[in-house]
Unconditional design. Structure first.
Lengths: 110, 114
């Protein structure tokens, strides 16, 4: 069945450095790729998303890139801050079903 | 305030005792979905609903039932819970008629089945 892989599972960076999380998906019909941030004890919250007709999207310190040919997409966080520490999930969706990756626990060390 | 609410937030029950987790959204969203979150597995979709009276299976529907009689409510029913259904459950809704738009998640329900 459809699958989304996500790497790394844990990531520690120094405050101010960049963080990169990578995902691959299996269903070539997927056309929507959101990224969610989950803080401890809370539900996931959308931070950025990209559609299949776009290669890159940026929102302040956060950017997402998509390579449809390779079925890869990545989250880039620049100038990381302690409040960026959380679990990040990528996902791939075609229309109705949504497949999430297993998550990346990001720790930003002050 | 626009939100997705779930009740209860915490539940401990015994094997075989039927239970319902309620989910309600006040944003007039068409799409609603249930997920379970387990360590190392991320979020897995249980069931989703595109609109009232329209539901379909996600990736892990076994042992669960849902209904969508009203637009705002999407309860998750465990007819005969088993210990492997111990998990953290999230309800989510989306304004579009599909899953390929931003989803708004509830606060989660932590279920323990002994």
């Amino acid at each position: 069945g459809e699958n989304v892989e996500q790497h790394p599972s844990t990531l520690s960076v120094q405050e101010g450095d960049s963080a990169v999380i990578k995902c691959t998906y299996s269903d070539s019909a997927s056309n929507y790729f959101p990224w969610y941030k989950q803080e401890l004890g809370k539900g996931p919250q959308l931070i950025i998303d990209i559609r299949s007709n776009v290669g890159e999207k940026k929102d302040q310190r956060i950017a997402v890139t998509l390579n449809k040919t390779a079925k890869h997409f990545s989250l880039h966080i620049t100038e990381t801050q302690p409040e960026d520490s959380a679990v990040y999930f990528c996902a791939a969706s075609q229309y109705d079903k949504v497949i999430f990756g297993p998550g990346t626990s990001l720790s930003v060390i002050p | 305030e626009a939100q997705v609410t779930q009740n209860p937030r915490y539940l401990i029950t015994v094997t075989g005792k039927k239970l319902t987790v309620t989910c309600s959204q006040n944003m007039n969203h068409e799409y609603m979905s249930w997920y379970r979150q387990d360590p190392g597995l991320g979020l897995r979709q249980i069931y989703y609903s595109m609109n009232v009276e329209v539901t379909d299976k996600g990736d892990v529907p076994e042992g669960y039932k849902v209904s969508r009689k009203e637009k705002r409510n999407f309860p998750l029913i465990l007819e005969s819970p088993s210990p492997n259904q111990t998990s953290l459950y999230f309800c989510a809704s989306s304004s579009a008629s599909g899953g390929n738009y931003e989803q708004y998640f509830g606060p989660g329900t932590r279920l323990t089945v002994t």
